[in-house]
Write a protein that binds this ligand. Sequence first.
Ligand code: CEZ
Length: 793
Amino acid sequence: MIHPGPDGEYYELTDPVSLPKASGFLWNETMLIRATCRGYAASLFMQPEPSKYSYGPNMEAKTFMLPEPACYTHHPGRFVYVKDEEDKPLLFSAPYEPVRRKPERFAFQVWKHKLLWLVECGGIEITMSLSLPRHDPLELWRIKVKNLSGRKRSLSLYPYFTVGYMSWMNQGGQYNEELKAIVCSCVTPYQKSEDYPKIKEYKDKTFLWAGQSPVAWETSLERFEGEGGLSSPEAVSLERLSNGDCQYEMMAAVMQYRLEMGGGDEREFQFIFGPAKDEREILSLSSRYENDFDSVEREYSSYIAQGEGVLRISTPDAGLDNYVNNWLPRQVYYHGITNRMCTDPQTRNYVQDAMGMSYITPQTARDMFLLALSQQNKNGKMPDGILLSPEAELKYINQVPHSDHCAWLPISLAAYLDETGDYALLDEEVPFADDGEIAAEPHATVSRHIDLAMDWLFNDRDERGLNYIRQGDWCDPMNMVGYKGKGVSGWLTMASAYAINCWAAICRESGRQSEAEQYLAKADEINAAINSRLWDGDWYARGITDDGVLFGVNADKEGKIFLNAQSWAILCGAADDNKKQKLMRSVEKYLESPYGVEMLAPVYTAMREDIGRLTQKHPGIVENGSVYNHAAIFYIYALYVTGENEGAFRLLRKMLPGESNEDIVRRGQMPVFIPNYYRGAYSQFPHTAGRSSHLFNTGTVSWYYRCLIDGLFGLQGTKAGLLVHPMFPSHWNEASVTRYFRGAKIHLDIRRDPEARKITVLCEGKPLSGGLLTDIIAGKDYHLSVKLPLSEN
Ligand code: CEZ
């Protein structure tokens, strides 16, 4: 059903039915497209806000990327109908929708730099491949037709690219001979005259350019479908498409090619699909790319290859190797480059995505940290969102006050400093902002900025020593715990203590001893408050509402235990070993499912007005008790940093669609990205548990990478060098790793050794004290052999 290609270059699905929503995604700096194995596609481009060029059949709400996208007959997509002009019954469509004729052979290949579909039906083979240019928001399609039937065939080929409902103000389409393109135009709807200057600059045209002129075309969806519908369009049953234009009707871009093919003959067609401002731009774009697909694909492939990360692993787990070597760094890179396709990323997301870029392109991480800090208020508070351009504005959830954004600064910066040793960053002078406006004066060093952020967190606590939650912390929809100004977040209090501890460690490394001691004392004070107010006997409470009600405790019927309050109690040091063992048992008992560890349980099935929107979410999705991978990876990281290798690895492995076909079908996706969640509520709704959200925007991947570096492979940077301390699961006896670190290439052969009493690291045969490789020279190769004690188990 699914298998990796040679050297993991691609992942292949060999039937369109078992994983109907299986998908892959491609992006560049200005666009993103997600396409499924059956041909449906969701695409957007930035101008500068996210916009569309291929729509569904009705006005679509502009919102953020949603989980569990529905697929329906008229869902936007890219399809090719094939009709045999002699043997009429033969009508099929590649890759599968909308005709859904079962193919003799099918392959959906997700490559890092392209998506490819191969379909064989009735002796005709269609190959469709999609790549993107480096910059422009355009789709470059190659469609190959091969006659495998060993006899002459007379075919009609109909590329059908959806355009849909573009505007209630003005929309129409026609074929432009001169441009060799179907051009669909609209005017983005608006009512306020002050919007016109912006609107008039929009790319309000969608065009389908063809390398070879079609014999006929169609621009009206209704005329194309006729009475046959999309599974058997009336227009395809006719001799020729109508060559009609479209006047304020539902649009489609359909072309017809007549092919006389001898046995074994093959033909290739090239298409460019995307938005444009006007015909002149269509001409310049098509002339820039026509007849140059090869080099454009090569350029795009090398662009994507820049996101390869710093680890190449070969372990007993081939599935994990494939994901870590090929797909994980790509997904981290996607987040750092595209900022999840918005102009005002949430501050916590932006700073954690920067953390991930420390392992991919550290310079990008550095720039992201500096931009985020330049938007900090002088009082230390961080904004809810980071504005990526002067005309950007805070939207949606960024208009709801959340209290946690400061905490992520030292937590993420610690990974950057570990990876780069770039402590000079702490002395960089950065301005402040006053409510979004970057002020000319005053400036302060990065260190001073983070001091202020830690002091803001430390002071933003109530008389019990717990942090106010306002209308949310890491959990966006926990919006009614503290909206009256008294409710506190147990998780945020733990995150504050952990952040302050991380900052103390950085202060120590950067020679600010006294500040380090002061911050350690502050963290201890907070941990004392946590243990006196939030320990419920077998786990930690999630918080206390405006009305003083402790929640996330055993007394609760729903939302008894929250995962984040357990993992962060371990991270901040509030949980001593006795409490840690107790909460780990509780997590295993109440939250662990075959698909990973759930975010809370039992799920909420009714509104709690002292907790909020979270409790209104459908049981088992997103924050209401799904396997919310971002929360799960925090727990896994907490287990690694406290030496719980077995539990950490078990849950790390469950985050990837498993080896068994049954698990893969249940998740419904290929292991080419980690989704933000898998359906939860396993004990209450086992039949839907495990389903993927198919949403690849998630802070999980930065932390997954950190778990590999700081935990599983224990190849963590320090100021002095690379600390080697693998934390293998007991069933791993050996592995080899190549670690790229500060310009050097470090080859590690790691294996269990009956003689080894503790982890021993030899570099070129000489023991390394404390497993620390220092004085590392960029450009040099190092060969380390690491001996691990035999596992207890
Ligand atoms: O957005 C994410 C945020 O991007 O939710 C996480 C939060 O930590 C991330 O920063 C947990 O709440 O508003 C909503 O209800 C949405 O559910 C968002 O909370 C959520 C989106 O679903 C994307 O996952």
